[in-house]
Design a protein around this ligand. Structure first.
Ligand code: F6P
Length: 553
C-alpha cells in the first residue's frame, strides 16, 4: 500500500481508528482477557533481548491492524530506510540523523556526501579505547604523575543525560575505583559541590559539547579551569587534565584544550542521540571499552530488529503506535515511564529529553500547523517509590496516563526476596491499572470485613478503582550493557516512528533557542552596575530590580 497524500486526520486509516475507538469505548480490558485466552501470548513480542507485553491495552487485533495501516499510509517503511541510509531526515537543519551508524560494525558502510563515515567512527572508538587503557594502566596520569581518581563530565542536555543514565545503570560493570561526576547546571552549586571533595592532581575534566557554544557548559568549564589553576595546576598542566568532545574543534582549541585531547562529534549526530559517540566517554572510562562496545552492540541489535521485524511484531513500532492511539484518540496528555530497577533511575530523565525535545512540535515538516496533538508529556521515576507518591492519580485520578513498566527478570543484587517483591509490585500495579475494582467489589470487601450497610455504601464509592488504564511491561533478562543499549535504542526509534505519523521534524529543537536568546539579553541587566534599560516587559523589569537590590548592584 503506497503512502497516502491526504492530511493525517483525513486519511481513511485515521478515520478507521476513530471507528475503533467508538467500538472499544465501553469495552473493559478485563473482559478482553476473559473472552480471549490467547491474548497474553499474542501480545508478547520480543526483539534484541527485550520482550514487550502489550496485552494490557485497549485494543484488539483489528485495532492493531488499523494502527499499522496508519503507519504504512504515513510512509513508515520508506522513512525507516531513509533514516538508516543517511537521507536528509532533518529538513530544517538540512542533514541526516545517523546515530544508528555509530553502532554499526566496522565492516559496514554508510555514505554521507559520498564519504563512508564508518572508518572515522571506529577510529574514534579506537582512540577512546586507548585513553581507557592508558588511564587504567597508569600511563595517562595527572601532571604530577598520580593516577586519575575522578572524572568530571561537564555538559548539558544530550551531552549529559545519556552518559549519566548509562554510567549509573551500568554500576555493576564499573571497572576500577575511578569515580565519575556530572556537572550540568548553571547554578553554581552544582560545580561548587562537585569540586569540593576533589583533588586537582587526580581529576580529569571532560568538556562535552557538540556546539562548544552552550553557556552552562562553557561557564562551568571556566570555573573548573580556574579551580585547577588556583589549586596547584598551571597552564602547561591543563593538557593533562582537560579533554573535550565536540564538533567545534576551533572553539575548543580557543578555550585552551590541546588539539590532541579533542574527540570528534559530527554534524549528523543529534545531541540527544549522542551517547553512542565520544560523548559516551564517561561510560567507556567507567565500564571499559568492551562493555561500551557491548552497549553499542545492544543498540545495533535493536536497529536490526526495527528495520526487519514486521510492524505488528516490531517493538518500537508497536510502542509508538500505542502512544499515538492514546495521545490522539483517547486524549492522554502524558506518558509515564516507570523503571522497576534502581540502576535505571535516570531513564525517565533521558527519555524526557529524547521524546519531548524531539516531538514537542506544532508544524509539519513542510511548516503547516498541525490539527492534532503531537508529543505528550513524558515523565516518571523508579517504580515502588512512585507507588507511594503519584500512582494514586494514575489509578483514581481523572486523567488517562498510559505507562511503561520496565523491569529485568533477574537482579544484580540478590537481597533476600527483594527482587520477587519488586516484580510482584510491578505486576500488581499493571494488573490494578487494567482490572481496577468495581464499586460492587469494593462494597463486598467492606461487608466481608464487617462494616455496616450505611458506611459500606458511602465508602465503596471512594474505594472503587475504574481500571481500564493501559500499560506496557518491557522485560529484559538483566540490566546489562547489551540490554541497556537495546532499551535506549528502542525508545529512540519509538520517538522517530511517532514523528513519522505526526509528520514533524524530530531532529531539530528550535523551541529552546528563544529562551537562550532572551537569557543573553537579561544577564547583562543583572550583572552590570550602571543604569539598565528595559528588558522588554515590566514583569521582567520588576524582577531584575529585585535581583539587583538583593545582590546590591
Ligand atoms: O538546549 C538544547 C540543546 O541544544 C540540546 O539539544 C543539546 O543536547 C544541548 O543543548 C547541549 O548542546 P551542546 O552539546 O552543543 O552543548
Amino acid at each position: 500500500m503506497p503512502p497516502s497524500s491526504a492530511p493525517l486526520t483525513q486519511k481513511p486509516e485515521w478515520q478507521a481508528l476513530l471507528q475503533q475507538k467508538s467500538q472499544l469505548v465501553n469495552v473493559a480490558m478485563r473482559d478482553l482477557f476473559h473472552t480471549d485466552p490467547q491474548r497474553a501470548d499474542r501480545y508478547l513480542i520480543t526483539g534484541a533481548g527485550l520482550s514487550l507485553d502489550f496485552s494490557r491495552n485497549r485494543l484488539t487485533d483489528e485495532t492493531l491492524s488499523a494502527l499499522t495501516n496508519l503507519a504504512t499510509a504515513c510512509g513508515l517503511p520508506q522513512r525507516i530506510s531513509d533514516l538508516f541510509t543517511g537521507a536528509t531526515v532533518n529538513l530544517t537543519e538540512n542533514r541526516p540523523a545517523l546515530h544508528t551508524a555509530l553502532r554499526q560494525p566496522a565492516d559496514s558502510s554508510v555514505l554521507v556526501d559520498g564519504r563512508d563515515i564508518i572508518p572515522e567512527i571506529h577510529a574514534t572508538q579506537a582512540r577512546m579505547e586507548q585513553l581507557d587503557r592508558d588511564i587504567q594502566i597508569g600511563t595517562q596520569t595527572g601532571h604530577t604523575g598520580r593516577a586519575f581518581t575522578d572524572i568530571v563530565s561537564i555538559g548539558i542536555g544530550g551531552s549529559f543525560l545519556g552518559p549519566k543514565l548509562a554510567v549509573e545503570a551500568l554500576k555493576p560493570y564499573w571497572q576500577s575505583n575511578l569515580k565519575c561526576h556530572f556537572v550540568a547546571n548553571i547554578d553554581g552549586t552544582d560545580i561548587a559541590e562537585t569540586l569540593k571533595p576533589l583533588n586537582p592532581e587526580t581529576t580529569l575534566f571532560l568538556v562535552q559539547s557538540k556546539s562548544f557554544r552552550t553557556q552552562e557548559t562553557l561557564d562551568n568549564s571556566l570555573v573548573a579551569r580556574e579551580w585547577f589553576l588556583t589549586n596547584g595546576g598551571n597552564e602547561n598542566a591543563i593538557a593533562s587534565h582537560f579533554m573535550a568532545v565536540t564538533a567545534n574543534t576551533d572553539e575548543a582549541v580557543r578555550f585552551g584544550i590541546h588539539p590532541d585531547n579533542i574527540f570528534p562529534m559530527w554534524d549528523w549526530v543529534g545531541g540527544r542521540y549522542s551517547l553512542w559517540s565520544a560523548i559516551g566517554l564517561p561510560i567507556a572510562l567507567m565500564v571499559g571499552m568492551d562493555n561500551f562496545r557491548a552497549l553499542l552492540a545492544g543498540a545495533h541489535a535493536m536497529d536490526c530488529h526495527f528495520k526487519e521485524a514486521p510492524a505488528e511484531q516490531n517493538l518500537p513500532v508497536v510502542m509508538a503506535l500505542l502512544s499515538i492511539w492514546y495521545n490522539n484518540f483517547w486524549g492522554a496528555q502524558s506518558h509515564a515511564v516507570l523503571p522497576y530497577d534502581e540502576y535505571l533511575k535516570h531513564l525517565p530523565e533521558h527519555l524526557q529529553q529524547l521524546d519531548m525535545e524531539s516531538n514537542g512540535k506544532k508544524v509539519t515538516q513542510r511548516g503547516i500547523p498541525v490539527d492534532y496533538e503531537t508529543g505528550p508529556i513524558l515523565w516518571g521515576g523508579v517504580g515502588a517509590n512512585g507507588q507511594h507518591a503519584y500512582y494514586q492519580l494514575i489509578h483514581q485520578g481523572t486523567r488517562l496516563v498510559p505507562a511503561d513498566f520496565v523491569i529485568p527478570l533477574t537482579s544484580h543484587n540478590q537481597v533476600a526476596e527483594h527482587h520477587a517483591a519488586l516484580f510482584a509490585n510491578c505486576l500488581s500495579q499493571a494488573r490494578a491499572m487494567m482490572a481496577g475494582k468495581t464499586e460492587a467489589e469494593a462494597a463486598q470487601e467492606l461487608v466481608d470485613s464487617g462494616l455496616d450497610e450505611a458506611s459500606t455504601a458511602a465508602l465503596a464509592r471512594h474505594k472503587a478503582i475504574p481500571g481500564n488504564k493501559p500499560s506496557n511491561i518491557l522485560l529484559m533478562d538483566k540490566v546489562t550493557p547489551e540490554t541497556l543499549g537495546a532499551l535506549v535504542a528502542l525508545y529512540e526509534h519509538r520517538t522517530f516512528v511517532q514523528s513519522v505519523i505526526w509528520d514533524v521534524d524530530c531532529f531539530d529543537q528550535w523551541g529552546v533557542e528563544l529562551g537562550k536568546q532572551m537569557g543573553n539579553e537579561i544577564l547583562p541587566r543583572l550583572i552590570d552596575n550602571g543604569e539598565v534599560g528595559s528588558a522588554g516587559d515590566s514583569a521582567t523589569d520588576n524582577l531584575v530590580s529585585l535581583f539587583r537590590s538583593a545582590n546590591r548592584r
